[in-house]
Design a protein around this ligand. Structure first.
Ligand SMILES: *[C@@H]1O[C@H](CO)[C@@H](O)[C@H](O)[C@H]1NC(C)=O
Ligand SMILES: *[C@@H]1O[C@H](CO)[C@@H](O)[C@H](O)[C@H]1NC(C)=O
Ligand SMILES: *[C@@H]1O[C@H](CO)[C@@H](O)[C@H](O)[C@H]1NC(C)=O
Length: 132
């Protein structure tokens, strides 16, 4: 809260170009390892995968960046868990996707991880941990 206020005040008095220099990563804020670990706690032990293992998997998938997008040849992977638009979510690139997670791929790029985790659990149940 306090920080937000401080930033808002600065925004008023600092020219835009300076703000861009001071906050270059405003568009893509990586989570910390601890934040990811905390977020994975309610998935701890699912199919024998611990929260710590999830943290590791996520590090190697997206580097803890919820906005990570990786374009492959004919598909794209979205977000913290790098979920593919080929089968799991819906995007304009692959309108014939089965969309098993029943969601727009864009929703995998925000900082609300609830739906990401639900989709990851679906993938885990169907494909197993080898998906990652
Ligand atoms: C993508 O596909 C094209 C043709 O289908 C191929 O030439 C190219 O090597 C592929 N790129 C990757 C990164 O797999
Ligand atoms: C990607 O799609 C193109 C056109 O649909 C196809 O020719 C190509 O073989 C595909 N590449 C891969 C790696 O699936
Ligand atoms: C996060 O998303 C879920 C569903 O996708 C929604 O129910 C929940 O209210 C959202 N949480 C916040 C803090 O926006």
């Amino acid at each position: 809260m306090f920080e937000d206020l401080a930033v808002a005040k600065m925004m008023h008095s600092v020219p835009l170009f300076l703000v861009c220099i001071l906050f270059p990563a405003v568009q893509a804020i990586q989570l910390t390892k601890c934040e990811v670990y905390e977020a994975m706690k309610d998935m701890d032990g699912l199919q024998g995968i611990t929260a710590l293992e999830w943290t590791c998997i996520i590090f190697h998938s997206s580097g803890y960046d919820p906005q990570a997008i990786v374009k492959n040849n004919n598909s794209t992977e979205y977000g913290l868990f790098q979920i593919s638009n080929k089968h799991w979510c819906m995007s304009s690139e692959i309108p014939e996707s089965e969309n098993i997670c029943d969601m727009s791929c864009d929703k995998l790029l925000d900082y609300n991880l609830t739906d990401d985790k639900m989709c990851a659990q679906k993938i885990l149940a169907i494909k197993g941990i080898d998906y990652w």
